[in-house]
Each structure stands twice: as C-alpha cells, then as structure tokens.
Design a protein around this ligand. Structure first.
Ligand SMILES: NC(=O)c1ccc[n+]([C@@H]2O[C@H](COP(=O)([O-])OP(=O)(O)OC[C@H]3O[C@@H](n4cnc5c(N)ncnc54)[C@H](OP(=O)(O)O)[C@@H]3O)[C@@H](O)[C@H]2O)c1
Length: 322
C-alpha cells in the first residue's frame, strides 16, 4: 500500500500574532507510531490555550517551536493502528487527543495517543471537541477530591471546559455552583449547576447560595483568585487552569502537558487524567454528558473560529470540521 509522501491539510501558525496568522497549510500526512492510532478526522476542537500561545502573550512562559500545528482533540475513523495497540481496528469511530507535544489535530489526519470509542449519542462535532475538556475536568476534579455530598464552585462554567466540568462534578454527586453571564444561567441549570454571575460581589453571592461553605473551587477563567480563595477559605482548595498568577496566591495551576508546556511560572505539571475518557463514554451512554458546541466552522475558516474563541464568550466548544 502506498503510504508515504501523501499530503493533507493542517492548521498552523508560523509567527505569533492575531487570528489572521493561523492558516491551513499542505503538509505531509502523519503516521501512527507504536502505541498510537491515526484517524481520518471528522471534527476537531479549537483550544483556548493554543489561542493564547498564538497571540505570543505566553512566549516567555511557554516556549513553542514554529511552525506550530494546532489542535489537541479530535474525532474520526481509525485508518492506521500502531504496533502494540489492541482493542481498536481500522474503521472504528473514536474520539481522543494527540500527543500534547505534537498536537496537529486540526487536520485531515491526526495521530492520537489517547482515545475511546465515540459514543453513539454524540455527533461528530461533540466528539471532536470532547477529549481535552474531559481530561482537564477529570484531572482537576481528581486533584480537588470532588465527590458526593460536596459543594464545588466552577468559575467560567459555560465555556468549553467549564460546561463539561459541571457535568462531571454533578455525576460525582456534588452540588455545583457555576458562574457565567446572566444569559447563560438557564444553560447552566440545564447542565445541573446552580448559576450565579462572576465579578464584584461573587463572595457574597456564593455564601448566600452555599451557607455551609464550599469544599472546592475549580477556576476555568482566571483573574479572580483572591475572591475564589475567600470563597474556598483556603488556597489549597482552589485549582486554576487559567491563571498564571496562581503561584503568588498559593494556588495550584494545573496543566497536563509536561512535554510541550513546561510549568514555568505555572508550576509543575499534573499527570494526564485519560481515565476520564472511559467515564465520559459511560456518562454519555447514560445520557448524563453532552458536549455543548458553541459553533462549527469548516477547517478553511479556522481564523474565524479563533476570533470567536478570543471573545471569551463562546458557550461550549468551538469545533472545526474536515
Ligand atoms: N491548564 C489546562 O490544562 C487547561 C486546559 C483547558 C483550558 N485551559 C484554559 O482554561 C481557560 C478556559 O478554557 P475554555 O476552553 O473553557 O475557554 P472558553 O470556552 O473560551 O471559555 C469561555 C467562557 O469563559 C467565561 N468567562 C469569560 N470571562 C470571564 C470572567 N472574567 N470570569 C469568569 N468567566 C469568564 C465565559 O462566560 P460568559 O460568556 O457566560 O460570560 C465563557 O463561557 C482558558 O484560559 C484555557 O487556556 C487550560
């Protein structure tokens, strides 16, 4: 079979800058190495973290090599199975994530290092944007020890990560208070959270909703750590994925990409929580986990997708189709 030398479309940027620097390039197809699979991508997620990387704002904190191929999570049909991989065959429908170092999921073909069977309940678009949010939600909720009977505050609960984290926390039996703009409060209720707004007065609003206190705070937004610490009563009960000032506040910043994104100001990386993919499949089958999709763009319109993400007001995941 002719395998090598074929080319495909992939999203990349070769310089830092605004959304317009991200574009589709013709590049060689990747191939599955040992322990990996390759998929023909049907849909892939836009990563808010990569948008910050593209802007150059983090260039001193998170060094990256250019050109940078974007995309961390994707869903599609398996067409290559690497040595040592069992339990999956060409033709299977899966969702999962690329290696954090290699990325490249916003493409016609991508190599996955973590995956699970695509739930029949999910569209391709939902599945394409799922894996990163599922892994992040699992990693942070595990670290916070969120479980039945607890109350957790999720800051930035209507976004791509927050909307999945709410459902995972609810599935663990926790009471979830989620922050979002008022027009997203019915959406948060539909996910199982008690909504409130972020911004001035947050501490008082949360105290009114949870007079007995909050056990843990999961910050998906950044910029409000003093308030979030006041809500939790202890910085050790707050974990952020979005605030690079965390260390100065004694708060853990969780990131799970040790090979590509050294901690820098952020601190040490946490182990990737890929067991969350299995939980996601179970919850999806029970009708308890959906992946809210804010917008879908064809791969050629990736710059518009980045622009929408940059507004920081998307409700759920932004997804590219190939
Ligand atoms: N470290 C990690 O492992 C990791 C993993 C994934 C993501 N991240 C980071 O986590 C952050 C969130 O990612 P995401 O994919 O969820 O992003 P996203 O989908 O773009 O988040 C959008 C949401 O943020 C909310 N928001 C905007 N400004 C806010 C504020 N000042 N306070 C509270 N909420 C606010 C918006 O709520 P309203 O529209 O309702 O106002 C919107 O629902 C990004 O910074 C991303 O880089 C880190």
């Amino acid at each position: 079979m002719f395998r090598y030398g074929r080319r495909m479309r992939a999203v990349q940027f070769i310089e830092y800058g605004p959304a317009g620097v991200v574009h589709v390039a013709e590049v060689p197809e990747p191939h599955a190495g040992p322990g990996e699979i390759r998929i023909a991508v049907r849909a892939s997620g836009i990563s808010a973290g990569e948008i910050t990387l593209r802007s150059g704002r983090l260039r001193d904190v998170v060094p990256i090599a250019l050109p940078y191929r974007t995309g961390f999570d994707a869903a599609g049909v398996v067409d290559e199975v690497g040595d040592g991989v069992t339990g999956v065959r060409a033709g299977d429908e899966v969702f999962g994530a690329a290696s954090p170092a290699r990325r490249g999921a916003n493409a016609d073909f991508t190599v996955l290092t973590a995956w699970a069977a695509k739930p029949a309940e999910w569209s391709w678009e939902e599945a394409g944007g799922a894996a990163g949010a599922v892994e992040t939600a699992t990693r942070v909720l595990d670290r916070l020890g969120v479980g039945a009977g607890q109350t957790v505050l999720i800051q930035g609960a209507a976004g791509g990560t927050g909307s999945v984290a709410v459902q995972f926390a609810v599935a663990r039996g926790a009471t979830v208070i989620g922050t979002a703009s008022e027009h997203n409060h019915d959406f948060l209720r539909s996910l199982g959270a008690v909504p409130t707004t972020y911004g001035p007065g947050l501490v008082e609003r949360v105290r009114a909703l949870a007079p007995a206190g909050v056990d843990a705070v999961f910050d998906c937004a950044g910029g409000a750590l003093p308030d979030l610490i006041a809500v939790a009563g202890d910085p050790a009960r707050v974990v952020t994925i979005a605030d690079f000032t965390a260390k100065a506040h004694g708060v853990h910043m969780s990131h799970g990409a040790p090979d590509a994104e050294p901690g820098g100001a952020a601190g040490a990386a946490d182990p990737m929580a890929w067991h969350g993919l299995t939980t996601a499949v179970t919850l999806a089958g029970e009708g308890r986990l959906r992946v809210p999709v804010a917008a879908v763009f064809p791969i050629g319109e990736v710059a518009a997708a980045h622009e929408l993400s940059e507004t920081r007001h998307a409700r759920g995941k932004i997804v590219l189709t190939t």
